[in-house]
Design a protein around this ligand. Sequence first.
Ligand code: 5GP
Length: 189
Amino acid sequence: MKALKERIMSEGRCLPGGILKVDVFINHQMGPVLMEEMAEEFVRRFEDVRVDKVLTIEASGIAPAIMVGYLLKKPVVFAKKNKPSTMGDFYVTKVFSFTKNREYDVCLSKAYVNEGDHVLFIDDFLANGNAAAAILDLMSQAGATISGMGFLIEKHFQAGGAMLRSSGIRVESLAIIDSLEDCRIRFKE
Ligand code: 5GP
């Protein structure tokens, strides 16, 4: 997606360890106009699949997910990183965080994803696919179907995209980065 790639080139910064910092328009300050355009693109790309709910993981996936849910007029649910004391029955799984380099639990109330639901997962980044794998686990516990997974930015040099596609998941990424070597951002054509 051209507008996103241009924004990454002009405002994205490379950090050591293959991390792209996009705090200016995605991960800290957020650009709602681009966010809406990205959501429209997801809606176009997933127009042929059934979506009953949009799902994400807090925190950075919430903004794009709510935009997609708004356009589709479907509820948006986010998996939580800490179990609130008010949560009743829930599904739980573990995620290894790429940026924080540690494992944590994510949980999802059984009230909000039901057996037979078709769910579209939306997140900011796809790196090694740990967050996506956790979602697959939660959805399998719930008996729900993943209609597809949409990422704003996929880092193609990490294993997540290949892992998801080879297991038959429909993956759509709006900008695919081939390499961040030498702190240069190179997109996959
Ligand atoms: P994965 O679970 O696919 O290994 O990593 C995805 C999660 O890690 C994303 O939800 C995102 O929060 C974070 N992440 C992975 N790579 C990057 C990156 O290069 N930049 C930023 N800002 N976050 C990243």
